[in-house]
Ligand binder design. Structure first.
Ligand code: ATP
Ligand code: MG
Length: 193
């Protein structure tokens, strides 16, 4: 069976925390590929600081350029509107059929919020969730979901796109928080100022 990982996000902008999460998930869960999926419109986020999907898609491509096992999909941007994970998984299931196991990678804290997710039962029928967990933490997982989830214990890189956007707005450096090409792209197009 082929094993692929999906990393969905707004990627506004993509940063080293995303890349570290993807690389650790790939290594520890023996995934052949990680597909980064920038959302068109995230279902539950304020939009005023959201840059155009094309910019976010290009930055994701620049960030993953040097890794053959990381690819970027425009499936959600192409579909447009609010991006629901369930729609994306259903589409990808049709493409990959049954010879592929799909892992959906999520960052810290998602695990404790799992029961608040829309359609979680349906999502778990289509994929296995990989949850990042901080070393030393043992989050409680609902018994019902245990079979469909996997924990990935990795040290925390405590950065977020919000933190990076704030820094840019305040004219502070974001070098070393994002890949160099992303840094150059943001500078060239004056994003987030
Ligand atoms: P924002 O600050 O705008 O919410 P973000 O940094 O959380 O952005 P998203 O695009 O919302 O980035 O996140 C995509 C996925 O990456 C989510 O599953 C999120 O939990 C995870 N993630 C984000 N930052 C990190 C990080 N520093 N380490 C590990 N996982 C992360
Ligand atoms: Mg977030």
């Amino acid at each position: 069976m082929k094993r692929i990982g999906l990393l969905g996000g707004t990627f506004n902008p993509i940063h080293n925390g995303h890349l570290f999460l993807a690389s650790q998930a790939k290594e520890k869960c023996s995934l052949e590929q990680v597909i980064f999926i920038p959302s068109a419109l995230p279902p539950h986020k304020e939009e005023h600081s959201l840059v155009d999907a094309t910019h976010r898609y290009i930055m994701a491509n620049l960030a993953t350029l040097d890794n053959d096992d990381f690819i970027v999909s425009d499936i959600e941007i192409h579909r447009g509107g609010k991006s629901y994970t369930l729609d994306t998984l259903r589409e990808l299931k049709k493409i990959y059929k049954t010879e592929t196991i799909i892992y959906f990678i999520t960052g810290y804290d998602a695990i404790s919020e799992l029961n608040t997710w829309k359609d979680v039962e349906k999502l778990l029928e289509l994929c296995i969730f990989i949850f990042a967990t901080r070393p030393g933490h043992k989050p409680k997982i609902d018994e019902r979901y245990l079979k469909h989830t996997q924990q990935l214990t990795i040290p925390e890189l405590n950065i977020s796109s919000t933190y990076i956007r704030e820094k840019i707005k305040n004219r502070k450096s974001i070098k070393y928080l994002v890949p160099d090409l992303v840094y150059k792209y943001i500078t060239k197009y004056n994003l987030y100022l």
